[in-house]
Design a protein. Structure first.
Length: 262
């Protein structure tokens, strides 16, 4: 059984930058035909253009994962360009730092809509496409170590990532009969723009005193001795999008350098 993604049509949401970008670049370098989906059209196209400049196949598409019509249009674009859809990475996400008792209803809905409802919609629409094609396909969701343990002051973010783990398990049970594999990746502390915002949030809330203090504190006990880079998520992403993972479903894999052991 091969771990190759050569020729596979793959969407990665939130792939204009950060973890999603590295995953999309890695998939494309391994021969996949990728769709760079991002809320910002210019960012999506710039990333796709850079991938194409390396000789790989990529197109950019502006998509809002909280809007079903937008997600349907994204999948339709992938199918129009590449003839089918083979894998869907529901990766788009946001974070917000707020002390537990300061989280508002608006904060909750904003984080949950992107991180959890976006995964629900992406999973539903991708599964429909896979079934229409005759069954079979890969859905890979980006959860987090915060989907395994609740962190304060990231309670609503943690709740959203626990939801991703639950949706992954439920979808695996729903779609196994169609040979659709549904798994999740749980990154740890990754050096991305999102973590810069998290670190700033800690400082702005008076929880840390200097730049990078939260990042360094969360990274201190990682067994492999360093914080993650976005490209640390590429290998497992290729595996989960390939036939090598055909007998794995409903799993949420910690890829965190040994930060959380459960």
């Amino acid at each position: 059984m091969s771990n190759s993604v050569e020729g596979r049509s793959i969407i990665v949401t939130g792939s204009g930058r950060g973890i999603g970008r590295s995953i999309a670049e890695g998939l494309a370098a391994a021969g996949a035909r990728v769709v760079i989906a991002d809320i910002d059209a210019a960012t999506a196209e710039a990333t796709a253009a850079e991938i194409r400049s390396s000789g790989a196949q990529a197109i950019g598409f502006a998509a809002n994962v909280t809007d079903r019509a937008s997600t349907r249009a994204l999948i339709a674009r992938a199918v129009a360009e590449y003839g089918r859809l083979d894998a869907m990475f529901n990766n788009a996400g946001i974070a917000q730092v707020k002390p537990f008792n300061d989280i508002t209803e608006d904060d909750w809905h904003r984080v949950m809509d992107v991180n959890a409802m976006g995964v629900l919609i992406g999973t539903q629409e991708a599964s429909k496409q896979f079934i229409a094609q005759g069954g079979g396909g890969k859905i890979i969701n980006t959860a987090s170590i915060a989907g395994k343990q609740g962190y304060e002051p990231l309670a609503h973010y943690s709740a959203s990532k626990f939801a991703v783990v639950a949706l992954t398990q439920a979808a695996a049970r729903a779609f196994g009969k169609h040979r659709i594999n549904v798994n999740a990746i749980c990154p740890g502390v990754v050096a991305t723009d999102m973590w810069k915002l998290i670190d700033k949030g800690f400082k702005d809330e008076g929880l840390t005193q200097r730049d990078n203090e939260a990042f360094e504190g969360f990274s201190a006990d990682i067994l492999l001795g360093r914080a993650s880079r976005p490209d640390d998520l590429v290998g497992v992403s290729i595996f989960l999008a390939s036939e090598g993972s055909d007998y794995m479903t409903g799993q949420s894999l910690l890829v965190d350098g040994g930060m959380v052991l459960i």
